[in-house]
Write a protein that binds this ligand. Structure first.
Ligand code: PLP
Length: 365
């Protein structure tokens, strides 16, 4: 067996031990004589699986009892619509624009709300930092932030104070990468395909008072949080297999020290790579210190000629792939290179990347 180091931004590398359990249980899960893929979601075989996953999310993220944990479909992108559809009372919300995913959330909210105020933005410098806005006030139904910006590699190092206004955060690319105080938020959501599971399930953690029944009748049944909350995420067939794998990933997180253990592991990996970049004559990190993500690390060479830079980036990505280090191209909208080093990426993967980068720099300087 030959496995590569996969630096994809999502879907992403999963812990090898989890994949091994999946393989072992593929034909017969827990003596049921069935694969989880084949189980009725309402069967006695599946029920303990989904209930167990919810319990593990609650335990690892310290989710208080007055929050619901939901397993939904449609990706994080569907949340861009569900949030305004469900939280709208006065037609007014505030968003912070820190990149592509924030912007998509803003554009979607504008379909449903009269006023979407962008109260801060990092667009003036190509989204390479998180704006300083420690307090957000106003007559808003909610405030939305993207806690980790997958494409630009920025992360909020603080949680803005929004007083009584519910704070909503997209945590798709940083969920369980470090401890997070759920009580500071009204709603958290994450597409699972980075730190939690294969694609197909979206984790939503929502404070109960934000789940409303008195919504306009034009809000589709499947896009109402109360539909899923009342039915234990089983209004319709849930993404059963992805939820099962999430449970295995959460077991792995727990065995490795929970959110605190992930922070230690992720800090060690990220520091190694940022230190290398900051001390390199050939490469540089693109994000301001103080706003840097632990999960997604974009970088460029110091080549300033745009055509030569494009050619060298292409060569880097191709030669890295040939060396078993795959998916290192930056997002198609920003170019350059990006190493996504989610929870499951090992320190050995990061060391192998740095060794390759060093060799490439020497050969191409
Ligand atoms: C921060 C963030 N939000 C939202 C999305 C969109 O997620 P999905 O593909 O699950 O809709 C992504 C995908 O990469 C992301 O990184």
């Amino acid at each position: 067996m030959s496995r590569v180091f996969n630096f994809s931004a999502g879907p992403s590398t999963l812990p090898e031990s989890v994949l091994e359990i999946c393989a072992k249980e593929m034909l017969d899960c827990h003596g049921t004589g069935q694969s989880v893929m084949e189980m009725s979601h309402r069967s006695n075989a599946y029920k303990p699986i989904i209930e167990g996953v919810e319990a593990k999310v609650r335990e690892l993220m310290h989710v208080p009892d007055n929050y619901k944990v939901l397993f939904l479909q449609g990706g994080a992108s569907t949340q861009f619509a569900m949030i305004p559809l469900n939280l709208n009372k006065t037609g007014k919300a505030a968003y912070v624009d820190t990149g592509v995913w924030s912007k998509k959330a803003i554009e979607e909210a504008r379909r449903f709300l009269d006023t979407v105020d962008v109260v801060a933005s990092s667009r003036d410098r190509g989204c390479c930092y998180i704006p300083e806005i420690r307090e957000i006030k106003g007559d808003y139904d909610y405030v939305h932030i993207t806690l980790n910006n997958t494409i630009y590699g920025t992360k909020w190092s603080y949680i803005p104070d929004t007083g009584d206004i519910p704070l909503v955060a997209d945590i798709s690319s940083c969920v369980l990468s470090e401890p997070l105080d759920v009580t500071k938020f009204g709603l958290l959501y994450a597409g699972a395909q980075k730190n939690l599971a294969p694609a197909g399930v979206t984790l939503v953690i929502i404070r109960e008072d934000l789940i409303r029944e008195e919504l306009p009748k034009t809000v589709p049944t499947m896009l109402r949080y109360d539909t899923h909350s009342k039915n234990g995420s089983m209004f319709n067939t849930p993404p059963c297999y992805s939820i099962y794998v999430m449970g295995l990933v959460l077991d792995w997180v727990k065995e490795n020290g929970g959110a605190e253990g992930m922070l230690k592991r992720n800090t060690e990996k990220a520091e190694l790579l940022y230190n290398y970049l900051d001390n390199s004559d050939y490469y540089h990190a693109t994000v301001d210190k103080g706003s840097r993500s632990l999960m997604n690390i974009p970088f460029l060479t110091k080549e300033t000629d745009p055509d030569k830079a494009t050619a060298i980036n292409k060569k880097f990505v191709a030669e890295a792939a040939a060396a078993g280090l795959v998916n290192l191209a930056g997002h198609r909208l920003v170019g350059g290179m990006r190493a996504s080093i989610y929870n499951a990426m090992s320190i050995d993967g990061v060391k192998a990347l740095i060794a390759f980068m060093d060799k490439f720099a020497k050969e191409n300087a």
